[in-house]
Design a protein around this ligand. Structure first.
Ligand code: ADE
Length: 225
């Protein structure tokens, strides 16, 4: 299945280099994914290209107007589109959610700015609201890029090496183990002997112990599950 992502943002330049780089760039050249960034201002019709207004009821900050967002989504929408709004008060992005989202062929991703968007956008247009963590970014554009990166890794053939994903299934319960490469002695810092032993059972056991120790230290909440 071909995967398409349309991103609506006031700052497309924040992520255009990101999408052209590394694996996402390769995925697009290979025809597995299409990522298109759009300047939301292009859908304004007033002479000042206004995308925000003062909030009704008062309060600090500005709210994004519904008109350009509705016009953009109505133009970009396809029969099977899912509209996602990136927001700190959305559902948390997890591997589990990304595995579900990769089933969808087309996303329109709305990135908010200021104090967010008019609630009518959320009520009428948006299918899913996603947060990338419990902190607030200055706008949702980086969050949209994070979600696209995370979802794309689950596209069959995207990573080239299917094994990377199988080993990752552990990630839902334990943190990763330490990796080493050559040289075996770097400035007197030696690679753990077991990794040089060629004893695959001993290596697997050592790695598992390292994962448990690190998870206990940094993410004890994962061990409770
Ligand atoms: N926009 C601002 N903060 C965000 C967050 N944590 N996740 C998603 N979108 C956001």
């Amino acid at each position: 299945m071909h995967h398409e992502f349309d991103i609506l943002t006031l700052f497309p330049e924040m992520v255009e280099g990101f999408f052209a780089s590394s694996m996402l760039g390769r995925g697009q050249r290979n025809g597995l994914i299409d990522i298109r960034t759009h300047q939301l201002r292009d859908w304004t019709t007033d002479k000042h290209n206004k995308t925000d207004e003062l909030p009704y009821g008062g309060g600090a900050g500005m709210v994004m107007k519904p008109e350009p967002i509705f016009a953009a989504v109505e133009q970009l929408r396809q029969p099977a589109s899912k509209v996602v709004y990136m927001a700190p008060d959305g559902v948390p992005l997890t591997s589990q959610l990304a595995r579900e989202l990769v089933q969808e062929p087309h996303f329109i991703i709305l990135s908010g700015h200021y104090e967010g968007v008019d609630q009518r956008v959320r009520d009428e247009l948006v299918d899913l609201e996603v947060s990338i963590g419990d902190y607030v970014l200055t706008n949702g554009t980086l969050a949209a890029a994070v979600m696209i990166d995370c979802v794309s890794r689950f596209i069959p053939g995207f990573l080239g090496d299917e094994k990377s994903l199988t080993e990752e299934s552990f990630m839902s319960t334990l943190l990763g183990f330490p990796q080493y490469t050559r040289p075996a002695d770097f400035r007197g810092l030696r690679v753990p002997e077991v990794l040089l032993s060629g004893d695959h059972a001993a290596i697997a056991k050592w790695r598992h112990e390292q994962q448990i120790e690190k998870t206990r230290r940094l993410r004890p909440d994962l061990l409770d599950k």
